[in-house]
Ligand binder design. Structure first.
Ligand SMILES: Cc1cc2nc3c(=O)[nH]c(=O)nc-3n(C[C@H](O)[C@H](O)[C@H](O)COP(=O)(O)OP(=O)(O)OC[C@H]3O[C@@H](n4cnc5c(N)ncnc54)[C@H](O)[C@@H]3O)c2cc1C
Length: 512
């Protein structure tokens, strides 16, 4: 008798989907036993991992860093495939750049005696929020956000030192307003790290659950895409189907009857075709899931149960975009520039600075001598950048950076430099891409790590924990399903492994 192989369809060929496919396919003997298919809505693999090129340098449009090499599975793969060396220059090849040059609105070069105390304060506050044991601050309860915690810390700092309304000979800047500007610059960097457009929406308690790997943070010389290419390289031709956007997943909630009959899942594609599967692993982004549960023509039929939709709604999914600019030739090396802008009084603000640049923390060469500069944007500003034309971006940056640097030179040396010009721009558009609808997830105020666990639960949910009677019709993987490593490539990797292992265990195929 020939028995039919169970069919697993994985939706999405990003890090989570490809890891799941790789694990299922390479587990010894499993390919004889389970049929695997990956359906990807886009025309490439990798999802939020995409290495590209900009004026001769290798750059990353999405995932950029290995966040700590100690224990990172991404680092292990990169080592195995020899991706950590390249003859061609790549983004952040010299890890972190030289000492930053910090310039305040109006062109004032701030020396380290002004900047360092605020940087140290900010670091201590974040260390405390992240649960680093050696730092002591009064703890607080309730729905505290990282934003309000940081501001309390800044107020406490100001309370602990002498009143400092002292003017510094910098036009309208007082010491206090400068400290506030420096603090805001650091908050803006934190917004890009977490993707929370507003730190008032980032949950304080969850911050200490987030885990980083130890060791240095590095970028991948041959490009992040080599990691996903390596995972996909062992899969046979045809297993990954590109251009197959899923529009609906029809599943069958547990009605308490016929538990031992496998109930197939029906998958609808945008071209009208359908596919049946015994198990579906959904790896689409939290942004796509948020949209999928909110409109009437939702992605799931019947709609997902409440515990899922509530977790999907409560968790945060923000926008972070990268912007690359090519500096016109004949310029000196560009500094690792940090920008400090006036925070409160609009009368003090320079009108030439567009609003979408006011929360930009830095503009730095992608490596020491490169003429390609990089800025990160989060929240509303990141969204605005997606809609601006290249000319508007170049114009905005040219004015602001020329003002900052020229004024700073004038003030230091008494002579002007030629204006800064940019030739070309390349930006990411993660929010408006319908296959992502944002950049990465965060634990928003009102949600918790429990919601990340709920994200990972397979459907239909049953109280019966006998593995044999579980239907496992829809499984969920992707960075937003990992309680401690959400928002990262390795979180996505672990989630793909987790769901592949769930199926292997289900079929008593223990190869974990
Ligand atoms: C700008 C930016 C910078 C980042 N920097 C870092 C970093 O430095 N380090 C780090 O570790 N992480 C970083 N990340 C996060 C990291 O890229 C992601 O966490 C990770 O790649 C997510 O993988 P995934 O498989 O969960 O999801 P995805 O990569 O989103 O994969 C899901 C796949 O599903 C597909 N899909 C969506 N809808 C459908 C549909 N309806 N039908 C079929 N297919 C569909 C998508 O096209 C996509 O390929 C960054 C992300 C961004 C955007």
């Amino acid at each position: 008798m020939v028995t039919k192989k169970p069919k697993v369809v994985i939706i999405g060929a990003g890090m989570a989907g490809l890891t799941a496919a790789n694990k299922l396919y390479t587990s010894a003997g499993c390919k004889e036993f389970i049929e695997v298919c990956v359906v990807e809505g886009g025309d490439r693999i990798g999802g939020r991992i995409i290495t590209s090129e900009f004026v001769g340098s290798r750059i990353e449009m999405g995932a950029t860093w290995i966040h700590g090499i100690g224990g990172s599975p991404v680092y292990k793969i990169a080592q195995e495939i020899n991706s950590l060396h390249s003859d061609k220059p790549w983004e952040c090849m010299n890890e972190f750049l030289d000492e930053p040059l910090t310039i305040a609105e109006g062109g004032y070069h701030l020396n380290s005696s002004l900047v360092d105390p605020i940087c140290n304060l900010f670091k201590k506050l974040m260390d405390f929020a992240q649960g680093k044991p050696h730092v002591q601050f009064p703890s607080s309860n309730g729905n505290l956000s990282i934003g309000s915690f940081l501001r309390k810390g800044l107020d406490a700092y100001w309370g602990s030192i002498k009143e400092q309304e002292e003017t510094l000979g910098f036009d309208n800047w007082t010491r206090k307003s400068l400290e506030e500007g420096i603090f805001a610059m650091l908050e803006n960097t934190q917004r890009t790290y977490t993707s929370a457009g507003d730190l008032e929406t980032l949950d304080f308690n969850a911050e200490s659950e987030y885990r980083m790997f130890p060791g240095k943070e590095i970028t991948i010389a041959k490009g992040y895409s080599t990691i996903v290419e390596s995972l996909a390289s062992v899969l046979p031709d045809g297993m990954i189907q590109l251009g197959r956007k899923v529009t609906k997943i029809e599943w069958q909630p547990d009605d308490g009857e016929n538990c031992d009959v496998i109930k197939p899942v029906k998958i609808h594609f945008c071209d009208g075709s359908i596919m049946y599967a015994d198990h579906v692993i959904v790896t689409v982004s939290l942004g796509v899931l948020k949209q999928g549960i909110h409109n009437n023509t939702g992605m799931f039929s019947p709609p997902l149960p409440r515990f899922k939709t509530e977790a999907i709604s409560r968790l945060g999914f923000g926008v972070v975009n990268k912007l690359f600019l090519q500096l016109s030739p004949n310029r000196d090396e560009f500094p690792n520039l940090q920008m400090v802008f006036h925070q409160s009084d609009s009368k003090l603000r320079h009108r030439r600075i567009p609003w979408w640049m006011r929360r930009t923390a830095s503009l730095c060469p992608i490596y020491g001598t490169s003429n390609v500069l990089l800025s990160w944007f989060a929240g509303k500003e990141a969204l605005e950048v997606e809609s601006l034309s290249d000319e508007e971006i170049i114009d905005g940056f040219s004015k602001v950076i020329s003002d900052l640097l020229e004024n700073s030179k004038n003030k230091c040396n008494g002579h002007a430099d030629s204006a800064i010009k940019f030739d070309k721009v390349l930006k990411t558009k993660w929010a408006t891409d319908p296959l992502f609808l944002g950049s990465y997830s965060y634990v928003a105020v009102g949600s918790s790590g429990d919601d990340l666990d709920s994200m990972a639960e397979p459907l239909p949910k049953t109280n019966n924990h006998d593995l044999n009677s579980l239907q496992l019709q829809i499984l969920f993987a992707g960075e937003a399903t990992h309680r401690t490593h959400y928002s990262t490539t390795h979180g996505a990797y672990f989630s793909g492994l987790r769901e592949a292992n769930r199926l292997l265990q289900h079929y008593k195929y223990i190869d974990i």
